[in-house]
Write a protein that binds this ligand. Sequence first.
Ligand code: ATP
Length: 343
Amino acid sequence: MEGMAIRLHDLHKSFGATTAVAGVDLEIRDGEFFSMLGPSGSGKTTVLRLVAGFETPDRGRIELAGQEVTGLAPFERDVHTVFQDYALFPHMTVEQNVAYSLKVRRVPKAERLVRARKALAEVRLEGYGQRRPAQLSGGQRQRVALARALVGRPRVLLLDEPLGALDLKLREQMQVELKALQREVGVTFVFVTHDQEEALTMSDRIAVFDQGRIAQVGTPAEIYERPATPFVASFVGTSNLLDGETAHRIVGAPGTYNIRPEKIRVLKESAEADEPDRATATGTVADVVYLGDATRFLVDLDGGGRLTALQQNLETSAEDVAGYRGTRVRLAWHHRHAVRLPS
Ligand code: ATP
C-alpha cells in the first residue's frame, strides 16, 4: 500500500477575528506532486505554514509519515520549505548555500561537497557552485533554492508560490523542470499557487481552497471536468454556469450546470447538429475576441442567457473575426459536456 506523507485532520487556525483555516481534512500520498490552489486569502499558505510548523493550529492534528507532529518545532519535522523570495545567503557561494543545512547537521565536509554538487547537478547548475547569488539570474536563484531544499532529501518539500517572482516564459519553463525534478527525486512536493493553469499543468492532484476550506480534491482532469461547486467551476478554467430557467431551457432538467467554452461549437444558424447526442441553442454573437490560437465568442441566447464558446483557429483568421459580431449562430455541444454541479 502506498504510504501517506501528510495527513491533516480537522485543522483550524484564526488570527484575531480572521479565520484563516476553517476545518481542513487532507491526505497527501508519498511521492505526489500536490498543489494547494485558491484565491488570495483562502488559507493555503496558512495550511502550508501549519505543516511546516511555523504556525500552531487552534485545533486539529497534523501527521507526517504516520507520526503526529502537531506540537513539534519546524526543525523536528522532516520537511523543507522553499519560499518565493528564495532566502539565499548573499555572502555565501552557491555551493555553500546548498551545503548549509548539511553543515548544521554536522555532515563531514567531503560528503557535504559531494552531496551539494549532486544537488546542483539535479537542478542543472553544474559549474555554478563558486558564484554568489547576486551573480545569478532569477531562474538560477530559484534552482539554487531548490537544490538547497533537496540536498538533505526531506520526505516532503513545501513550496510557497516559488515561481511567483519569475516572468511568464521562465515560469512556464520552470514548471516543466520542476515537475521533471520532482519525478526524478521522488520527494513529495506540496505546492501553493493561486495560478490555476500552473496547478493543472504540474500536479498529480489538487486541493482547491475556498474561504479556509477545501472545496474539492482531485486530479487536474477531475477538477476541470467535474467541478464539485460553482466556485471550483469558475476558479479553475473559464465556465458557463447555468441555472434556473436557462438551465432548464438548454439542458432540459433542473439544477446548476457548467459547460466549458471549448466544448461548444459555433455553427451557422442554419446548420444541422450532426450527431444525435448534440444539444443546440441559437443566438446572436455579442462579442468576438481573436486570441491568436483561438477565438472567443460571446453569444446572447434566444430567450435569455449568454454562453462563451472557444474555437481553435483552424480556419478562422484575424480578418474573419470582426465579421462575426452581430451574426446569428447555432451553438452545439454533447449532452455529456453539460456537467451538473452537486447541489
Ligand atoms: P495568498 O495567496 O495571498 O498568500 P492564501 O490563500 O495563502 O493567500 P493565507 O495567507 O493563508 O491565504 O491567509 C488566510 C487569511 O488569514 C487571510 O485573510 C490573511 O489575511 C489571514 N492571515 C494569514 N496570516 C496572518 C497573520 N500572521 N496575522 C493575521 N492574519 C493572517
